[in-house]
Design a protein around this ligand. Structure first.
Ligand SMILES: Cc1ncc(CN)c(N)n1
Length: 225
């Protein structure tokens, strides 16, 4: 196919249209401070405790996505990809516990902040059977992609990420996680291509909301909300 005839896939189109918001989420001052080594460790610890709470709510969201895929997907391999995501989250929960103990962050005494509660409530709204699989899988891609892009940047050329934070960055910034996000993006694009205008606009609004929540989540880690 000629370069000029290539169709722009939906997610690429949205990333172009909402580039400023996407960049605010993936190049946030919090992750940039990790990358340049100036990070305030109390902000990192706040992020760690709050993200553990988020991840615990993220697990049932991904489980609900698995159910939607089983009922609605036109491709059996989606289930395997999502199941792989759940397995990775199992590992992630254990990692958070180990990391919290390393940094003396008392997870059981960590109180969820307002932004976190709102984001978790938003996840819960996406678990409703009324929410279409295409909308939910697109949200899943966006949630994972923000962490992948943000933390991969902390490891890329020229970064001065402190040694003790490299493992955190590796968790989401590694190539395997990058490939996984790419697979999720392909699933979302495939579904969006076959969707009605109504579903496409709901999915776009959901991606925008996810990006806004991700920015607010990083802000919260810096004690700004
Ligand atoms: C807030 C947030 N967004 C995304 C991720 C990546 N699973 C996370 N752990 N936390």
């Amino acid at each position: 196919m000629e370069e000029s005839n290539k169709e722009i896939l939906m997610i690429q189109k949205w990333l172009n249209q909402h580039n400023e918001l996407y960049t605010s989420a993936t190049r946030h001052p919090f992750t940039l401070s990790i990358r340049d080594g100036s990070v305030d460790l109390s902000a990192f610890k706040r992020w760690l405790g709050q993200d553990y709470i988020f991840v615990r709510a993220f697990v049932p969201f991904v489980a609900s996505l698995l159910l939607k895929a089983w009922k609605e997907s036109d491709d059996d391999s989606d289930i395997e990809v999502i199941l792989g995501g759940i397995a990775a989250l199992n590992d992630e929960v254990s990692w958070f516990k180990r990391e919290a103990s390393k940094w003396s962050v008392p997870l059981s005494a960590t109180v969820p902040q307002k932004t976190n509660l709102e984001y978790c409530r938003f996840l819960e709204s996406l678990m409703s059977p009324e929410v279409d699989y295409t909308v939910a899988v697109t949200a899943f891609w966006a949630i994972e992609a923000v962490y992948q892009e943000s933390y991969a940047h902390c490891l890329s050329d020229g970064s001065k990420t402190p040694e003790e934070l490299k493992e955190t960055c590796q968790r989401w910034g590694n190539d395997g996680f990058g490939q996984y996000c790419h697979t999720l993006q392909n699933i979302a694009n495939r579904r969006l291509e076959k969707s009605s205008e109504d579903i496409i606009s709901k999915a776009e609004a959901t991606v925008i909301r996810v990006l806004e929540y991700e920015v607010e989540f990083w802000n919260m880690s810096r004690g700004e909300t």
